[in-house]
Ligand binder design. Sequence first.
Ligand code: ADP
Length: 483
Amino acid sequence: MRSLRFRLALGYLLIFTLMLTVIGALFRESLSSILYAQVTAALEEEWGASKGYLRFEHRRPIWFFDHFDPEESLIVSRIQRVYLSTDSDGTLLEMSPVYRGIGPDSLDHIQRVLQSASPVVVIRKDEHGTPYLIRQGAVPDERRHQYFVAIGRSLADADRIVATFTWRYFAIMPLLVILAGALGWALAGRALQPVKDLADKAHKITSSDLTVKIPLRGTDDELDELVEAFNRMMSSLNLSFERIRQFSTDVSHELRTPLTAIRGQLEVALFTARTPDQYQDAMVNALQDVEQLSNIVRALLLLSQAESGQLALQMTPVDLSDVLTDMVEQYDIPAEAAGVTLSAEVSPGCLVRADKTQMERLVSNLLSNAIKYTPEGGKVILGLAHDAESPGWVRLSVRDTGIGIPAEKLPHIFDRFYRVRSTETNKVHGLGLGLSFVSWIVQAHNGRISVESVEGQGSTFKVLLPAAESAKLLTTPAPVAAA
Ligand code: ADP
């Protein structure tokens, strides 16, 4: 494959050559028609003049002019250079030697000219191939008898000029083409230099350093646009890499904490436990940490299953009001432990068609976040009702008076592995997967989720889910509901 530079230069060269050829041909054509027009005009003038000097009497042409006037003599001798006259039956009356070279016209042609009302102009060649423009027509005598007269002018000069032009033009064309080729090559090189620079810089980028930015040239052209797009792509790649890196650190950290605890408990059991009670205590503690470990692994597995479409939903009619009441009961103790007041305003009979486990997971994730990110003394309020603004929808809200989320971080909180980094959030463990999962559950149930938050004052997560009609709920067979 040829280089882009070569192809650009070649394209330029081809277009240039084509243009030169077309321009040359057009010029040649115009030159030739101008020169022919000049000859035609001069010939027409001579034809007019010939009428004043040439008469026919008794079937004989007679030239009337002042033999002593050099101008008239010159005009007449010029007319007579290429001249022929015949009778209407084609009998030759007078013929100049040049016309003899061209050859007399056929009787047929003579008769056609004599009958035609308009002047006839033809181009004829002599025996040497020299072209002549010939004006032919009928000239009457006093008795209205018609004679055929032809006078001509050589086109050799005009043809020579055109030939000289053509020869010179096409002789210098290769030179111009070579020059254009060199110019095209240089221009293509210049135009592609920034692309080469860009490629050189891109070569230097490695996966360990994605922060490299290619400086803009400040020309505000397509290449700058390319550089900008490239830089944007690099930033988002860098962000993703950064998140994955952060995620690895978080996962190792999350896994290490319970692992270290398990190890400590087992060591205690091995070296210091004496009584069966002490052994049992150590085992129970270790088991709790194992439980935490498997929770983390399950969360990771579940999310990847959900996102790759492997998690099948068991859609059944679910009374969300019941789910919420249960959840509040479950989170009462953790909330109390965190010093957070948990309250709920739940309208009864909010029915949705959903996967119950996923609904529990959705509420549980939002609730645990609200408790996690609300300092001691704060409040978490859970709400559930049929939405007044959009009929046919059930609105679930989780409001807290916690640390809030900075406005610029809000668009990212549903991203996988994303965590807001601050002194407060660093105090609590998390993988940044909870909200990704929440968002997936809402989407899988054709719902909508939104969040409002003021840093330092608290956040409100709102979820809208399509309400199931109670009639549908009643007609649904019980075994499915039980499943
Ligand atoms: P994590 O495991 O870190 O809690 P999530 O995906 O559940 O991950 O949440 C993503 C981030 O959004 C959290 O790290 C936190 O910074 C922020 N966040 C989520 N819920 C709240 C909330 N109720 N109040 C303040 N910040 C929150």
